[in-house]
Write a protein that binds this ligand. Structure first.
Ligand code: GLY
Length: 258
């Protein structure tokens, strides 16, 4: 199945060593290693039948390689978000410029103050969008997001987050009704209709896999998740994300897929 034609990524900047981190995965990223891992990530995406647009590094924004947060791109519209992390809020400016190459003016929407929303809190399941209410995404941001989606015939529902940074830190949709769930999302009623693979605690980071045109990219080093995704019947590519993990970043955070 081919659904995505395009992917946008941004090269990590040297300042990524100063990026936001919870400290859950200790250490600071090694920049050169991060660049190599980013190269491998781009190569993996390129094998999935998408055109990859690589944006230049933005030194003013240490976390700017995590392009998923300043925008949500759907088949019908682009939504420029309003990131709740102050140091990331203006990442939207250059992302909007990049997105304009792909969407007409009247299909580019915005989340505005006092609403905040980050794309990492948005999980698209067909025409329905789950949105995490988190430290970065507030009730007003979700209200605006739902109103925008409704204009385009999409639906939306809120998922309250208790522990993790973003919704997709702990739950990811792999199409064909398959969901990877970990931690606080394991028992949530809203996900019970999906075929759920419950991630063992020691592999929680690997809940963040991405589906790209029937290939699933899985972070390197998580054998139980790798086996489960293969068992679901997908072609699998693994990519080492150790340096991005130190900033709580995963595979989905590093790209916009549309
Ligand atoms: N370091 C990724 C984030 O906190 O947004």
């Amino acid at each position: 199945m081919r659904k995505f034609q395009n992917v946008i990524v941004r090269r990590p900047c040297r300042a990524m060593t100063e990026g936001i981190t919870s400290g859950l995965y200790p250490g600071r990223p090694d920049y050169e290693t991060a660049l190599s891992q980013h190269d491998a990530y781009i190569a993996a995406l390129s094998e999935c039948g998408v055109q990859v647009t690589v944006l230049p590094a933005e030194e003013a924004f240490p976390d700017s390689c995590f392009v998923e947060d300043p925008a949500v791109l759907t088949e019908k519209c682009a939504i420029i978000t309003n990131p709740g992390a102050p140091s990331r809020n203006k990442e939207t400016v250059s992302i909007e410029a990049a997105v304009r190459r792909f969407y007409p003016e009247n299909r580019i929407e915005h989340i505005v103050d006092p609403g905040t929303l980050e794309g990492g809190d948005v999980m698209m399941c067909g025409d329905h969008f789950f949105v995490g209410r988190s430290a970065r995404t507030n009730a007003e941001g979700i209200r605006q997001f739902a109103a925008i989606l409704a204009k385009y015939g999409y639906t939306c529902s809120e998922v309250k987050l208790e522990k993790v940074l973003h919704l997709k830190t702990g739950v990811n949709y792999l199409e064909r009704n398959n969901l990877l769930v970990s931690g606080e999302f394991t028992e949530k009623a809203e996900f019970r209709t999906y075929n759920r693979f419950v991630i063992p605690e020691e592999e929680a980071y690997a809940a963040n896999c991405i589906w790209v045109n029937d290939t699933v990219i899985v972070p390197e080093g998580y054998p139980a998740v790798l086996a489960a995704v293969k068992q679901m019947g997908y072609r699998v590519i693994t990519v080492d994300t150790s340096e991005f993990r130190k900033l709580d970043g995963g595979l989905s955070c590093l790209s916009l897929r549309f």
